[in-house]
Design a protein around this ligand. Structure first.
Ligand code: ZN
Length: 274
């Protein structure tokens, strides 16, 4: 099916949440699209700036994701996650990506406001959906404590001035957590959802237990970003496969069960968020 715009996916996912999953390898993208098909739920393939840097260029994996999304029988979009430079946004849009996140959270508030507004205008001139961040979600590069919280009034002003289409909020989650012990501030999610006129995005969702993610959706969270859980499943499966088969050398022999493990994890979250 043709690539589905993110706003259509958000609408299709409601009253549930939209699962967005980070792609590092081709196997991630294949597994996420397969899970969207088997779960009969929309899903987002996300490429982060760190992954683009890892591959040396965003182009090869982005083009693969766009093709996998277009060939899928499920509704799948491709999104650029956590871009801190306009150059990467330009490159992603040039390749055909129609949804981006600009992350100006390390800038001071006035700079984040002005830069995000300028990038949002550029995106909207091209029909591109833009997500941005206010109040840094903890954990990324250890920059902020997980105690960061988005102020609802500041969020309303930020959305109004920048014109963005979705807002990543700090409500108690933290990136790259290996335990699922984060406690979200559901009362704050409800206040943000009531005041902010665009969909809210939860980053660092891998650190939130299942019942916490369900409660976040109930309280008004819309897009849920998951990365670390998939990588834990992938790496654990590869480690076990290699440990039990010490002479194995064909990467397909350990990437096949790893891809299946990612697919199962994505299916779990897609059903949970439905
Ligand atoms: Zn994030």
């Amino acid at each position: 099916m043709p690539l589905t715009p993110v706003p259509n996916l958000i609408a299709a996912a409601r009253p549930g949440g939209l699962g967005a999953f980070n792609v590092i390898t081709l196997e991630h993208a294949e597994a996420i699209a397969a899970a969207a098909e088997s779960a009969k739920r929309p899903a987002v393939l996300q490429l982060s700036e760190n992954t683009a840097i890892y591959h040396g260029s965003i182009a090869p994996l982005a083009l693969a994701c766009l093709r996998i999304a277009a060939d899928s029988s499920a509704s799948v979009a491709v999104h650029l996650d956590h871009a801190t430079t306009v150059e990467l946004i330009y490159a992603a849009v040039d390749l055909g990506i129609r949804s981006v996140m600009y992350d100006g959270s390390t800038l001071d508030y006035a700079d984040n406001l002005a830069t995000t507004a300028a990038i949002a205008r550029w995106c909207h001139d091209r029909g591109v959906h833009i997500e941005a961040e206010l109040g840094e979600v903890g954990g990324k590069d250890g920059a902020h404590a997980p105690g960061a919280r988005t102020d609802p009034d500041e969020a309303v002003e930020f959305v109004d001035v920048t014109g963005i289409d979705a807002l990543a909020v700090a409500v108690g989650s933290s990136h790259a957590m290996h335990t699922r012990t984060a406690e979200l501030d559901n009362e704050l999610i409800a206040r943000l959802a009531a005041k902010v006129p665009v969909p809210l995005v939860l980053h660092g969702s891998s650190g939130v237990p299942d019942d916490g993610l369900r409660a976040a959706i109930t309280h008004g969270m819309t897009k849920v970003n998951i990365a670390t859980r998939l990588n834990i499943q992938m790496t654990t499966t590869i480690r076990t496969t290699l440990a039990t088969n010490p002479t194995l050398s064909d990467p397909r022999k350990y990437l096949t069960p790893a891809r299946t493990a990612i697919q199962s994890e994505v299916e779990h979250f897609l059903h949970l968020l439905a």
